[in-house]
Design a protein around this ligand. Structure first.
Ligand code: ATP
Ligand code: MG
Ligand code: MG
Length: 551
């Protein structure tokens, strides 16, 4: 394709294929099932699956399930659903690191037999002390010179459950003086007497990330193992393990810059805290930067994929303006979402010249430029609702809406002119009396007095009531998880505004859940995936109309 190259990994893979270093590109997306996926994961998904798609290879979905206490089948299920929803299909069955546990164990035994690993009895605090610091080398553990026989015996007994959690670990024997802390005899196995969602209580020792990841890649024949930059320092260990084990293939690790978005937190742990403390209404709350939250908010897979393409893949971490993500969704919906009318703050208008009981079936295109989207019926009646913000008794010329004695066009319908305002005892306008200007459907008034503006409306007798949920940013701070800020104190207290009595044009009630619309002059909205029904319509605001992204 002719897009500018903004993904350095494309270049690497293309060269590897050309030079014959690999015959097929195999990637993997390796989430730990300890939460729902977020927008950062979307970047990794688009990268890994996109790479396989682009170069005709394959991408595996593999659960990196080596921490049983934090994981659950709910997360396993949601992750698969999110990847599929984004439009990707993994090669073959879903894979689990846990299904390789026996192989990992055999490889641990292999390392011990080679004298490359040992069982260490230092507790966590002692181990930290022995480890040294960035400026000081570490010291060898007093257990480092255990015999191979003793190590084999102790490892077997760790596996058999003879020892308490934390009392022993298996460590690689590398170099306690290495400037890379990850090579200072890293832990390969720890004791965890926990039930695992896939393997039950079969195991009470679990491999660390480092002892699992490269070996998983090797088992699956992964050629390009792509991870975020914080694992750059782990690459020497990744390679060391592959060099010391009889693995069936030789994967390579590459690092890229993680996605950080302003006004957002992208850490499963923090997102879980928002859920657990009830700040939001679940992982898929439309305010959440989770994939399921964005889905419920009305984001489309195409927009998320487009966004990931726009941000590119580089070797540096940066902060992306959330306005760019909003731009991507707005752009997609502008092209594809049918238009409709919704009145959020209803004010009744009575057209005193219009016969009671008369209904005119007006018709309007669903989209200004997409004829393929067809048209919709708009019943026009004597009583209508307009938005309270679209009427003033008196106003200056800048107010291009309805004013007493002035005209406005009702979108897709007549020009009307306001005559009087009905008020309650407190002086609030509760109803406007107006009349139609004849013969103005699609035409200017014959007397030459043109309306100042166009406003949306809904028939009071044929329209439907709906719940409409308006959203603002979840955080008031542009960098809620930077430095020593407590992100929980930066939650926007007004991030949700539920409008119970909005009025929608009648056809909208029959919208399918997850159908997107532009409510004219208001923004983009989606019929709620779970709570919308024809009898009780519920719409979520996706994003406003005004684009704030500066490109
Ligand atoms: P979190 O801190 O949110 O739990 P994680 O990296 O621990 O994130 P994993 O489940 O291990 O979550 O992630 C699966 C894959 O997604 C990894 O390869 C990881 O590098 C990638 N990933 C996670 N967060 C981001 C991000 N913000 N930007 C890009 N890739 C990410
Ligand atoms: Mg991880
Ligand atoms: Mg994590």
């Amino acid at each position: 394709d002719n897009k500018p190259a903004n993904n350095f990994l494309h270049q690497i893979v293309a060269e590897d294929l050309e030079a014959g270093r690999v015959s097929e590109v195999i990637t993997r997306f390796p989430p730990e099932p300890n939460g729902y996926l977020h927008v950062g994961h979307a970047k990794s998904i688009c990268l890994n699956f996109g790479m396989a798609e682009r170069f005709g290879g394959q991408c595996n979905l593999r659960f990196d399930d080596t921490n049983p206490e934090k994981e659950s089948p709910e997360y396993v299920a949601s992750i698969q659903e999110d990847v599929r929803w984004l439009g990707y299909q993994w090669a073959g069955e879903v894979r689990y690191a846990s299904s390789y546990f026996q192989q990992f164990y055999d490889w641990a035994v292999h390392l011990v037999e080679q004298g490359d690993a040992y069982v260490c009895d230092l507790n966590a605090e002692q181990a930290r002390e022995y480890r040294g610091t960035l400026t000081e080398p570490g010291r060898n553990s007093p257990f480092r010179e255990r015999s191979i026989e003793d190590n084999l015996d102790l490892l077997a007994r760790m596996k058999a459950g003879e020892f308490d959690e934390g009392s022993k670990v298996l460590r690689a024997k590398i170099d306690m003086a290495s400037p890379n802390m990850n090579l200072r005899d890293p832990i390969l196995y720890r004791i965890r007497k926990a039930v695992h969602h896939q393997t039950g209580s079969e195991w009470c020792i679990y491999p660390t990330y480092d002892f699992a990841h490269g070996q998983e890649d090797a088992i699956e024949g992964v050629t390009h193992s792509i991870c975020t930059l914080e694992f750059e320092d782990h690459r020497p260990l990744y390679d060391w393990l592959l060099d010391h084990l009889p693995v069936p293939s030789r994967p390579r690790q590459y690092e890229f810059g993680r996605l950080n978005l302003n006004y957002t937190v992208t850490s499963k742990r923090k997102l879980k805290q928002l859920v657990d403390e009830g700040v939001v209404d679940g992982w898929d709350d439309p305010r959440m930067p989770t994939i399921s939250g964005m889905r419920r908010r009305g984001f489309t897979p195409a927009a998320i994929r487009k966004f990931c393409e726009m941000i590119g893949v580089t070797r540096s971490d940066g902060v992306v303006d959330v306005a760019m993500l909003e731009h991507a969704i707005r752009d997609d919906l502008n092209d594809n979402a049918p238009r409709a009318m919704c009145v959020l703050r209803p004010l009744k208008v009575v057209l005193t010249d219009y016969p009671e009981g008369q209904v005119e079936q007006l018709s309007a295109p669903a989209h200004p430029s997409r004829e393929d989207l067809g048209s919709r019926e708009l019943p026009f009646t004597r009583e209508l609702y307009i938005d309270a913000g679209d009427f003033l008794e008196e106003a200056n010329k800048k107010f291009k809406r309805l004013v007493l004695g002035k005209r406005v066009r009702l979108r897709n319908a007549y020009v009307i002119e306001a005559d009087s305002a009905v008020k309650d005892d407190a002086g609030n306008v509760i109803e406007v009396h107006a009349h139609t200007v004849p013969n103005t459907i699609g035409l200017d008034p014959e007397d030459g007095i043109k309306p100042k503006g166009v406003i949306q409306w809904v028939s009071a007798s044929a329209g439907r009531q709906a719940t409409v949920r308006l959203y603002d940013r979840l955080f008031t701070d542009a960098a809620p998880d930077k430095g020593d800020k407590d992100f929980m104190t930066l939650v926007n207290p007004a991030s949700l505004d539920v409008v119970e009595g909005a009025w929608i044009e009648p056809g909208l009630a029959a919208a399918a859940p997850e159908q997107n619309f532009q409510f004219e002059r208001e923004g983009y909205f989606v019929a709620d995936r779970f709570e919308h029904s024809e009898s009780a319509p519920v719409f979520n605001m996706t994003i406003g109309l005004r684009d704030t992204w500066n490109n």
